[in-house]
Each structure stands twice: as C-alpha cells, then as structure tokens.
Write a protein that binds this ligand. Sequence first.
Ligand SMILES: C[S@@+](CC[C@H](N)C(=O)[O-])C[C@H]1O[C@@H](n2cnc3c(N)ncnc32)[C@H](O)[C@@H]1O
Length: 261
Amino acid sequence: MTSADFRFIRELAYRQTGIVLPERKQHMVYSRLCRRLRALKLTTFKEYCQYLLDTPDELGQFINALTTNLTSFFREKHHFDYLKNTLVSSWQQQQKRRIRIWSSACSTGEEPYSMAMSVASLFGNASCDTKILATDLDTNVLQKAQSGVYPIEALENIPNEYQEKFLMRSGSQIKIKDKLQQHIHFKQLNLLNDWPMQGKFDVIFCRNVLIYFDNDTKTQIIRKFRRLLADDGLLFIGHSETLHQISDDFSLIGQTIYKPI
Ligand SMILES: C[S@@+](CC[C@H](N)C(=O)[O-])C[C@H]1O[C@@H](n2cnc3c(N)ncnc32)[C@H](O)[C@@H]1O
C-alpha cells in the first residue's frame, strides 16, 4: 500500500463515514482491506482504489471492512443499571405511555438487546408503547444483529435473571427469544447523513463511535441528537468519550450520561 493509496482510502473513508484514519492505522487498514483484494482477485491497492472509483457498489463492502465493531452484552454495565433502576422506575411512576429508545451505533446488536432486557418490564404493558430503534452504518453487523444468534460464551456477560427469560440455547449458540426481539427495529443509518426520524427519543445511546470522528463531526452529530432528544431525555456516550468542548447543550449527570440543558 503506497502512501498515495492510503491517502485515497483515508479520504474516501472520511467523506463516507466520518471515520478518521491516522497514519498509525495504516497497518490495520491494510489487513482489513487485504481480504477485499483477495475476494476480488486484485493484486495491488492501486487496482483496488481504481476499482472503488469504477464500481460504486464496492463502497458498502469497503465501509464494512473498515468499521470497528467491538461490542458485548451489558458493556459498561452501569448504563444498563441506570436504565433499569432509575429510568424505568421513574417512567413507571409517571405512567408514561410512550417510550422511544435509540441505539445509534448498535454494531452486532448486543447493546440494543441489553437495553431491551433492562427495560423488559415495560414490554407487554398495554398502556405503554415501547420501542427500541437500533441503527448502524455497517450492513454486515446489522445482519448479525437481526439474527439474534451469538456464541454461548456471550452468556458470561448476561445477568442470570435474563438468561432463562430471554434466551434459548442450541448447542454452542444462544438465540434471543422473539418476545424480546420484536421490540427492536434494526435499520441502516449513517450518522453523517440526514436522519429520517422525527419523533423525540427518551434515551439515545451513542457509545464508542464518537472516538472515531473529529471534533467537527462530533459537534454536528451531538447537535442533531439534541434536536431528536426529548427535553427530559438522556444521552449516553462511551467510557472514553466526552462532550467537553463539543457541545454546550448538555450537562453531565452520571458516568458518561448527559441531560439537555
Ligand atoms: C465499536 S462499535 C460500538 C458498538 C456499541 N455502541 C458499543 O459501545 O458496544 C462502533 C460502531 O459504530 C459504527 N459506525 C462507525 N461509523 C458510523 C457512522 N458514520 N454511522 C453509523 N455508525 C457508524 C460501526 O459500524 C460500529 O459498529
């Protein structure tokens, strides 16, 4: 991969996804895209860059190859404890009739399923219409998320109280039961583009994705979250992320939990 190839790739990735790829990530980019070269039987990155220019359909595969999808059930567990112990109980007390939750970089689905388990006491309650929207840019991870199938090792992170209730075991795999899955709607959405949603959300999770963006992109996205968040809603971001110097529209109320000002 020449520096010209890397420059082309990082600029295309930035324009399409907002993801910043510094020089130090060149090796990672190389190994992730090598698989595409092999699949397409191309021998040089120069050919691959030309292929990207000539074949707009390759863009999706290019993006899927470059995203980092690391996630797990109940990752940063304090957020799910807060959801269950603080938010759900206050919604129940207020007799709230409509709850909208958004997992905005849901990867392979562990995050929205963990949210769903945490708020499950609201499901099936005829007077409270509860929905979780789960979106990501990467179409491969969305397919996995939609299948609801995970290796059995994933159980290590799922509290016992939820295992019987929401999961089925089959050999070396677990599957999310339909009664949980039916409350989650998976859709492809690029945080960089226009968003079709109009209604207000009570909770937005945008965790461990802002780290890949520069400050301008973060600022724009956070501004858009503010518009879509209810005045009494909350925004949850990842453990190494902050809104400091990114947005004045929010104040910190817990560990990487923000409320609109
Ligand atoms: C590291 S994962 C985080 C998953 C989950 N939120 C968590 O914290 O465990 C980051 C996800 O952000 C997605 N992503 C990257 N750029 C994006 C963009 N512009 N729009 C939407 N999703 C994006 C990636 O595809 C990836 O699945």
